[in-house]
Design a protein around this ligand. Structure first.
Ligand SMILES: NC(=O)c1ccc[n+]([C@@H]2O[C@H](COP(=O)([O-])OP(=O)(O)OC[C@H]3O[C@@H](n4cnc5c(N)ncnc54)[C@H](O)[C@@H]3O)[C@@H](O)[C@H]2O)c1
Length: 275
């Protein structure tokens, strides 16, 4: 998948972020920095990936993937700046950013009754958190030497940032006022920032997952039941996606195979938004 460099992944302790961490390690990345508010789960993901690498490399002397973990809240500007800069200095550079940290919430009664605190929290994590990480990483990427893609000498890349939109970045879903607004905004942020730096070899794209089986969607049995009914009737493929299937889209957008792609929103949704 052409991701030999160094990746920084937020929301890496669970679901899609965790699948992305494993995917970069499995595809030969030189290092991964994993960020999440949940320190314990983050440490468990690190141990799990190290186990997989050791298993794969038994008897061989292949290159190891350096794994750094950072307990960090993406809504804390100072923490984000510190951690992104620390990861860049430990690795020597940052090639891929995966902005997967996110939270979802339904507002009982819809937009008319959404609480200000709920609105603010979702905006803080999904939109402002994404912006903080993008800004800190872009400042570093713009200063670093570009690397040539390992695929047929394609044009230089200074860095690649993948933000997390959603099907709710392009359509509305009931009772999801704040979440839907933030995911539309993440696509806007992606488009404007991508244009700022397209000529500099810094690519910025969004991935837009459809219904995907992660703790976000499965931990509440009521939410899961409603979702399963919706998936059966509204998703052309009539199933949920797996975190690995989303991670494959992220690998594509991060690495050299998408060298001519910037400012895009890649739908990975079983056909949900194409009808
Ligand atoms: N699962 C889906 O169906 C689906 C669909 C579309 C988009 N998405 C998006 O994909 C991304 C990953 O979602 P997921 O399903 O893997 O969810 P998840 O709940 O399994 O994982 C999200 C991770 O983000 C972390 N996180 C939350 N707030 C944070 C903060 N302030 N700072 C740092 N880390 C924080 C959580 O601790 C958790 O580990 C999110 O942006 C989500 O909106 C998910």
């Amino acid at each position: 998948m052409d991701v030999p460099g160094f990746a920084l992944i937020t929301g890496a302790a669970s679901g899609i972020g965790r699948a992305c961490a494993k995917a970069f390690a499995n595809e030969g990345s030189a290092g991964i920095a994993l960020l999440d508010v949940n320190h314990e789960a983050l440490a468990a993901v690190k141990t799990e990936i190290e186990g997989e690498i050791n298993e794969r490399q038994k008897g061989s002397r292949g290159k190891l993937c350096q794994i750094e973990i950072y307990p960090v809240d993406v809504t804390d500007e100072d923490q984000v700046n510190k951690v992104v800069s620390d990861a860049a200095s430990k690795f020597g550079r940052l090639d891929y950013i995966v902005n997967a940290a996110g939270i979802a919430m339904k507002h009982e009664g819809g937009a008319a009754f959404a609480k200000t605190a709920d609105w603010q929290r979702i905006v803080d994590v999904n939109l402002t958190g994404t912006f903080f990480v993008l800004r800190a990483a872009a400042q570093i990427m713009l200063k670093q030497e570009p690397i040539l893609s390992s695929i047929d000498g394609r044009p230089i890349q200074r860095g690649s940032i993948v933000n997390f939109g959603s099907i709710q970045g392009v359509v509305g879903i009931t009772l999801s006022t704040a979440y839907t607004a933030t995911k539309h905004a993440v696509i806007g942020l992606t488009r404007t920032a991508s244009e700022d730096y397209a000529k500099d070899g810094l690519r910025i794209n969004a991935i837009c997952p459809g219904y995907t089986e992660t703790p976000m969607t499965t931990k509440n049995p009521q939410v899961l039941k409603a979702m399963e009914e919706r998936v059966a009737t509204a998703v052309p493929m009539q199933r949920m996606g797996s975190p690995k299937e989303i991670a494959d889209g992220v690998l594509y957008l991060a690495g050299g195979r998408s060298s001519f792609v910037t400012g895009s929103a890649l739908m990975v949704d079983g056909g949900y938004t194409s009808r």
